[in-house]
Design a protein. Structure first.
Lengths: 190, 190, 190, 190
DNA sequence: GATGAATGAGTGTTCATTCAT
DNA sequence: CATGAATGAACACTCATTCAT
């Protein structure tokens, strides 16, 4: 018996991401994905139970790798602001490197598929962010508002700035990234 | 000859918006919309040249009415911060009143259809925002960064906060709205 | 009460012929014809009971005008061969002048609509041909075979030769027309 | 994996031919063909890329088998007239055996689809005809006119005579076939 | 007479999925 | 494991025709 070919699974996921980038979510069909990944449509059903599973799994994969990238050099001994700065720049670097992954997750987040993701499964990857924010609040450095409100000013801006559909003028130069971070920091700091 | 029934066109647009809210953009088909609007699928093609036209037109309609709502009590004699505050609260009020319109435009913005909107056509509706930001910068009240970067901290946050998919804890109470505005203001003010 | 507008009826028929030439029989729809004729689809139903009627009537119109053209200078006092020669050249002249009509009738003849034409209605227009052939046989100048077999060699060749789909090399020069007539004459003469 | 069922492809082609005979080219839809062939409409797209491909392929298939039938006993050592006689009778035999194929190709030839056939692909099947005509001309037995003009008198008459829409009186008796051949021969011989 | 609105039935085609190999 | 064949259901869209004006 042959083993499951992880290359094949990965090829399918990569094909999904690229196709979504090229033709959009709605026009993305199993057969097109199969053609792009150079496998048979039936093969996709070896690795995923159905289209929904493929699309959600692809998202989860993207989010996981993003979580890993964000927190790769997490150092709880650093000051709050420096820790946040690292998250900020790591996010930018990661998005710049994998813009297609970013675009996919943007489309996914605004689709009804979102509700199918078990968020606990992903949350652990972003624990360092939560810890940092939590201690920031405890140390009276950061405003004492719910985490998701803070996220609106500290993390979503990166996604918006990196998205050329929304921000046509923003260039990911070091200067601009630092400037935007200062704005985010001004928003959340006490 | 029968005369054109504007109610019918509106019914089609409303059906589109509601369906997108219920089943999402991708699964939204002409025949489902027709059923929802209680017209024949063929009738949709009397009012719109094709599906794309229907979807884009619906978005434009939503955006226009949003623009009108935002700027309805625009008063250029007010201080910058007060003007922004009005935009902020108007947006919240409008989104709370028409959450479905809001959800539709969120999905639309993250779809490949976005590129089909002639943005100039809509821009005029949001001119007061641009003027306000511009004079804020001139008066050295607001940071001198590109408008879309400012928007990331001043306008998109409202959309995110109002979106219960992203912010599960945020309640649109007056207190919270004011608090969030303060954060936005801290981000952009000099 | 307005009178029936013959211009309008004619415009519809002309539009039908031209459209068939451009996009073919199968793709020819009432609404396209209406657009081409600059009338409303509903107007077509003022002049024709349905699509079938329109298509058959158009064919009949074409055939009638062809019959008239063929026999316009019919002179029963001329010798058989000269009479046939006039039919022959008249046909060529007419087809060259109205190639679109010719193409339409070719498509029509090979469709199941043909069976709907009351051939007697048209036959009278071609009586001179039949008389000529009949006296040719009686005078032992033409072979004594059924008229439609004679037609296969004396009349259809013109249609085929004039049809550039079948005959790519045939040029309607006087020489070639005379040469082809000689061949036809050789086939049927005793 | 299931293996491709050639019977299925043939069934689709046969269904196409028969339907065209029954209801005509224009009203022939994919779903009707599918129903006739007892397959799903989708299955047709396994074997043909689209409707056009199906229709053209069907024609090419018919033409090929006709070419083979015409030239099956081709013998270049026979006299010109005898060779032509064989083509003539072979054509008649073939058309009588497969009248539906004949009717299909007549309809096809007068449709806009004709232009899609790569004629070179088919020409080779009819090479013996061209050789025969060519040597007939060289030997000064046949008139020195373009091949397609000769075809108008030597080959198309068969199609017309066999077509009961055009020739209602012609019976495919040996006598009549021989008589018609004599007429054709008179037309082209020197 | 003339028309644009309106539609049920149909178009060609693609879909997600299953099946047999 | 891997696949091309096969399909019912759905897709966006157009059809010929009728209706109210």
């Amino acid at each position: 018996m042959r083993h499951r070919d992880d290359n094949k699974k990965e090829a399918i996921i990569e094909a999904t991401i690229h196709l979504v980038n090229e033709i959009g979510f709605a026009s993305c069909s199993i057969s097109k994905i199969a053609k792009r990944a150079r496998v048979s449509p039936a093969t996709i059903y070896v690795y995923f139970t159905n289209k929904e599973d493929l699309i959600v799994s692809t998202y989860v994969e993207i989010k996981k790798s993003m979580g890993v990238a964000l927190t790769k050099d997490y150092d709880p001994s650093l000051p709050i602001r420096d820790r946040l700065w690292r998250f900020w720049t790591n996010t930018f670097t990661h998005i710049s490197r994998y813009p297609q992954h970013f675009f996919y997750s943007e489309q996914f987040s605004n689709s009804p598929f979102t509700s199918l993701v078990k968020s606990e499964e992903l949350d652990t990857y972003f624990d360092p962010l939560h810890s940092t924010v939590r201690s920031g609040i405890e140390q009276k450095i950061i405003k004492d508002v719910p985490h998701d409100v803070l996220a609106v000013f500290m993390f979503y801006p990166i996604l918006l700035l990196a998205n050329h559909k929304f921000c046509t003028t923003f260039e990911s130069s070091d200067d601009q990234i630092r400037l935007a971070f200062d704005m985010a920091w001004d928003a959340i700091r006490l």
